[in-house]
Design a binder for this molecule. Structure first.
Ligand code: ADP
Length: 404
């Protein structure tokens, strides 16, 4: 069936290991008709939480044992009478899927066909926690919505413009080629969204824009953007490299892994779990990976929490400095995601020592979470731009369909 001329309803699916986030857009005006999440898939007490038309919200228990069940629940939710499309139109015209790893093959979103599915499967070893669940989401959704186009939007795609000197690790070339070991970067959809937003707000064409974009959420990464394109990013071969994150260590001396295996008799799985799930803010604070709680504890005298904040900020500032040096000219420093959008103390601390780069923060504007939080005399703009990965995926889905 051809896609209806209007309205264009795009369903965005972001499948994680135990949850699936979704958002159904009316792309006439990019309005989220409904958004929500099915959580605790395969665990006790799975539930569906949703908002309809940014008005009514609810959380309901649901019976789901796997991703296929969860998507069936989402399809039933979309079928509610209050979400019915106008007569003669479909409830869903297209589906956009977030896929974490697109390897070196995908620098753009693509329509999903058998070749694309094969490539996503090929990248399972590069993103074992993400690509298999993304893939399961695609398969189940294709069964539920067989007559509509499905597109894949890759987290790695924006970073495919990173040049070899930034993506190559100084390791034996043949080994890296065999296993495709190189920097790939993640959070690309978010970094791209805020880059486009910055160009729109600053009324500058993309090819004139040099940025450093800081995605500081539970996962964190910083990207250097030259002429609108990613030229370096803190995350590497896997999401473990770079900044201090909620439960991930970020950069460490790789010899620490060997040391732990030798002296603590840790296995590969032990170290994997230690660095991915038991490190970062969680390990530093000793109690939580939630930056709000850590900041609160730090301000009431908890010295571990205070050090956690300092380590987090120190690492972020180091990347900003390194990327600024590589860019030569910096137009704006962008903060986004949970911490970047909401935490004025973290933004202030990151920018505190950056006057050498021409970055001057205005405390009042910063505390008010204004879009521009720099002083009038700052030569670099400092901006707070809420990210919206879902709408980016919906736009990409529409554009691949229109251009195919
Ligand atoms: P995810 O990567 O899971 O999408 P988010 O982008 O939602 O994560 O970011 C989650 C992080 O943002 C948590 O550490 C949370 O504490 C932090 N955060 C949210 N609001 C605030 C706030 N007002 N101050 C400090 N940190 C905040």
């Amino acid at each position: 069936m051809p896609m209806a001329d209007s309205p264009k309803r795009v369903l965005v699916i972001n499948a994680g290991s135990s949850s699936i986030k979704f958002c159904l857009y009316d792309m006439e005006n990019e309005f989220p008709l409904t958004r929500g999440i099915v959580e605790r898939i395969g665990l006790d007490d799975p539930r569906l939480s949703y908002t309809i038309k940014d008005a009514t919200s609810a959380t309901e228990p649901v019976a789901v044992k796997d991703h296929r069940d969860a998507l069936r629940v989402i399809a039933q939710h979309i079928d509610r009478p209050e979400l019915s499309p106008p007569a003669g139109h479909r409830a869903v015209d297209a589906v956009g899927h977030r896929v974490v790893h697109g390897g070196e093959k995908f620098s753009q979103p693509v329509l999903i066909d058998e070749d694309v599915k094969r490539a996503i499967r090929e990248y399972f070893p590069l993103a074992p926690l993400h690509n298999p669940v993304n893939y399961r989401g695609i398969e189940a959704c294709q069964e539920l919505f067989p007559d509509v186009p499905h597109a894949a939007v890759f987290d790695t795609a924006f970073h495919q413009t990173i040049p070899p000197e930034a993506y190559t690790y100084a390791m034996p070339v043949e080994l890296c080629e065999r296993h495709r070991i190189r920097k790939y970067g993640f959070h690309g959809t978010s970094h791209r969204y805020v880059t486009l937003e910055a160009a729109r707000i600053l009324k500058t064409s993309l090819d004139q824009l040099n940025l450093i974009t800081c995605h500081l959420g539970n996962g964190c990464s910083i990207t250097a953007v030259r002429s609108g394109k990613s030229v370096d990013t803190s995350i590497g071969f896997t999401p473990l490299e770079g900044l201090v994150m909620g439960t991930r260590s970020g950069d460490i001396d790789p010899a620490i892994v060997l040391f732990l295996m030798r002296h603590e008799k840790m296995t590969v799985d032990d170290v994997d779990e230690l660095l991915n799930k038991k490190s970062g803010l969680l390990a530093l604070s000793g109690s939580t990976n939630d930056m709000r709680d850590i900041l609160e504890a730090a301000s009431s005298g908890d010295t571990r929490a205070a050090l956690a904040v300092e380590v987090f900020v120190h690492r972020a500032r180091k990347y900003v400095g390194a990327f600024a040096a590589g860019l030569g000219r910096l137009d704006a420093l962008i903060f986004t995601a949970g911490i970047g959008e909401n935490s004025s103390p973290i933004r202030e601390a990151v920018c505190a020592e950056l006057e050498i780069l021409g970055i001057q923060l205005d405390s009042e504007r910063n505390q008010a979470n204004e879009t521009f939080v720099n002083t009038d005399s700052s030569s670099v703009k400092v901006m707070v731009i809420p990210t919206d990965e879902e709408v980016m995926i919906a736009r990409d889905t529409l554009s691949v369909i229109e251009n195919s």
